[in-house]
Design a protein around this ligand. Structure first.
Ligand code: DAH
Length: 334
């Protein structure tokens, strides 16, 4: 009996060795462990056979059997561990991080060029004592036009291609000038020195110099004895601070319904030409009165400029539409 058992043990040992020499992954070793030592493994039936071994041979048979078990167990375990270490090395190599490599740059957002331009303008005017005052983008016809001395059939309204809303008499503001009225009503009778920034809307065909939405910066000063000289001095300082001291400034007669007299202001360019940059004038007595001020007692000046135009001149941009086309190649240059 014990001889038969011995034979079987030898066979299984050899088969296990042969199997192991084929196993080339730790998973394959685990499969072998189950094949030999699992509940239905090849070694298990030998335990049953122990019962048939006569008593005086049991000790020897048990030894043999245990020897086989331990042998198979440790061989499989060792092979499996060796393979596992190899697999781990490969994985570590694949997943290795080279800490000496430079990091990938993180893309940073930045302020829009119009916002940057506005912030610079606020600084320049703040030094001259102007506060920033924000008002609404949706206005009444009364505020946008009538209070500014543009009655219903005034020809100057033709220049303002207006977006009307479904509500009668409610429009998107075509300029920042109605802010003057809001500000005056709020501050009267105190003196005023403020700039009013914001979006304006005109129902216009877009091209390189026109957008249907654009920014303006309005300026207003009201006080005891404000003169045209104050206006010219302020605008001179503004142009020199924004574009450089070498610029010459030209004041030209013009017409706006809300100012009298009115001036268009231009500055010299590099080729001896003139670039128009803003409209301005002494506040019209009617407008002062609409704001609550007595034009016999106080006077004021006002000006208004297109912020995109300022930015275009400052940075050499030739198409206004670039500001709002959200092209990062354009925006990230500022
Ligand atoms: N509101 C004018 C426009 O949009 C610009 C302007 C001109 C504003 C003269 C002023 C001013 O305050 O005095 O065309």
């Amino acid at each position: 009996m014990i001889d038969v058992l011995k034979q079987e043990i030898d066979q299984i040992r050899e088969a296990a060795q042969a199997d192991l020499s084929q196993a080339d992954t730790s998973d394959a070793c685990e499969e072998l462990r189950i094949k030999y030592l699992g509940r239905n493994g090849l070694v298990t039936p030998l335990m049953q056979k122990m019962k048939e071994v006569p008593n005086e041979q049991k000790a020897e048979a048990g030894k043999l059997l245990n020897g086989l078990k331990q042998f198979v167990e440790s061989e499989i375990e060792q092979a499996g561990e060796k393979l596992k270490r190899g697999e781990q090395d490969v994985r570590l190599k694949q997943e290795a991080v080279d800490v000496t490599l430079p990091g990938r740059p993180v893309p940073l957002g930045r302020l829009h060029p119009i916002t940057q331009t506005l912030l610079e303008l606020y600084d320049i005017f703040a030094e001259m004592g102007f506060q920033v005052y924000q008002t609404r983008e949706v206005e009444t016809d009364e505020m946008n036009f009538q209070m500014l001395n543009l009655p219903e059939d005034h020809p100057a309204r033709d220049m303002h291609d207006t977006f009307y809303t479904k509500d009668k008499g409610v429009v998107l503001r075509t300029h920042t000038s109605p802010g003057q009225i809001h500000l005056m009503k709020e501050r009267c009778p105190d003196p005023i020195r403020a700039v009013l920034p914001g979006k304006c809307y005109r129902f216009e065909q877009t091209d390189a110099s026109h957008e249907w939405m654009f920014y303006q910066l309005e300026g207003i000063a009201i006080g005891d004895n404000i003169t045209l000289a104050d206006l010219k001095g302020t605008l001179n300082a503004f142009i020199h601070r924004t574009f450089g001291k070498e610029r010459k400034v030209q004041f030209r007669c013009s017409y706006f319904p809300f100012t009298e007299p009115s001036m268009e202001v231009a500055m010299s360019d590099k080729d001896g030409g003139w670039l128009e940059i803003l409209g301005s004038g002494m506040m019209h007595p009617i407008v002062l009165r609409n704001g609550g001020y007595d034009p016999e007692k106080v006077s004021g000046f006002a000006f208004g400029m297109g912020v995109e135009r300022i930015a275009m001149l400052k940075y050499g941009i030739d198409d206004i539409r670039q500001f709002y086309s959200n092209d990062l190649r354009f925006l990230s240059q500022f």
